[in-house]
Design a protein around this ligand. Structure first.
Ligand code: ADE
Ligand code: ZN
Length: 349
């Protein structure tokens, strides 16, 4: 692991409190995956959308998944209640309040437009609602937030181009472009041309790769799409040359431990490879992915994973520091956030 400022070692009993208190950035969270079951029902009622589940409890009980696709089917059903700009604002504002409670100082939020345009909602409605909540984040929640538009990889590259065109008038409201949805069978190179165009337009680039699919998907996200972060990337552990490349290039990985557990990427949290990746010099971060579905927001990801893997306060500092280093904020905001992180570690007893 790289050398970072020394701080007093924190006892294992105090570690969960430190994990909760430490300032952090969240870089991998799908806003539609923050829609809690009670909010799905409330929005369904106000927008007259009938759901296939009779109650909030029945919906929550359906949150048992075999793999990524079984999750995506339910996640897409939840998105049908989102109709108005205010719905997108309310969903985002609720997530920001929850993130602030976990001491998130900055978040880069994924959103799908193709899901919503597929339901007849305009890109303008979606992006304006999300963006207004992000713009209000400093005043309402004392934090910063930006937006990353994810293409849906189960759709065609032509459809991704259409989506990019529709979003261009709102370009200033989006920091980056990502790639999400059903991974296996839809490799990054399927989107080579549209990512090249997004890069020309000045967007920051990220992609889900190596969540369920093999290391080849991570190689092509790096070499064909030329992304700046890999989302998940946990399958890299099976490829020594790739692990060396990721470490050497300080390529960030946005890891989501409770997501990996719930989607059965790892049978137990004890078998998660986060600690091995950090110890191999990889710039990993911890994130919640779809917290309403996977049993916890970012602090729950930290505390459960640290308990399962026996990680230390040195790992905690590294993960929080990585989250700011890997974010797309400017250098002056980054240094303010890192100072706040250092101050918590210096004073933590
Ligand atoms: N969309 C929402 N969550 C996702 C995940 N974990 N992987 C791919 N696409 C997603
Ligand atoms: Zn994701």
């Amino acid at each position: 692991m790289p050398n970072h400022p020394q701080h007093k070692p924190v006892s294992p009993e105090r570690l969960p409190a430190l994990l909760r208190a430490m300032p952090k950035a969240e870089l991998h969270m799908h806003i539609e995956g923050s829609l809690e079951a009670d909010m799905i029902f409330a929005m369904g009622q106000r927008n007259h959308v009938r759901l296939a589940y009779p109650s909030i409890e029945a919906l929550r009980q359906a949150y048992v998944f075999d793999n990524l696709q079984s999750f995506l089917d339910i996640y897409h059903a939840g998105t049908t209640v989102l109709k108005t700009e205010q719905d997108f604002y309310d969903m985002t504002d609720a997530y920001l309040a929850r993130a602030q409670a976990d001491n998130v100082l900055h978040t880069e939020i994924f959103f799908d437009t193709q899901t919503h345009t597929g339901h007849g909602t305009s890109v303008v409605t979606v992006i304006n609602g999300l963006h207004r909540a992000c713009a209000d984040a400093p005043a309402r929640h004392g934090m910063t937030a930006s937006l990353i538009l994810c293409f849906l990889r189960h759709l065609s590259e032509e459809e991704a181009f259409e989506c990019l065109e529709q979003a261009l008038p709102l370009r200033d409201k989006i920091v980056g472009i990502g790639l999400a949805s059903s991974e296996v069978g839809h490799p990054p190179e399927k989107f080579a041309k549209v990512f090249a165009r997004a890069r020309q337009l000045g967007f920051r680039l990220v992609a889900h790769a190596g969540e369920e699919a093999p290391p080849a998907y991570i190689w092509s996200a790096l070499d064909v799409l030329k992304v700046e972060r890999i989302d998940h990337g946990v399958q890299a552990i099976h490829d020594t040359a790739l692990m060396q490349r990721l470490a050497k290039d300080r390529m960030p990985l946005t890891v989501c431990p409770l997501s990996n557990l719930k989607l059965r990427v790892f049978p137990t949290l004890q078998q998660h490879t986060l600690k091995r990746m950090l110890d191999a010099g990889i710039v990993a971060t911890v994130n919640s992915d779809d917290p309403a579905y996977f049993g916890g927001y970012i602090n729950e990801n930290f505390t459960q994973t640290f308990a399962a893997l026996g990680m230390t306060s040195a790992h905690a500092y590294l993960l929080a520091r990585n989250s700011f280093d890997a974010s797309f904020i400017d250098a002056s905001l980054r240094s303010q956030y890192v100072q706040r992180l250092d101050a918590v570690f210096e004073t933590f007893e």
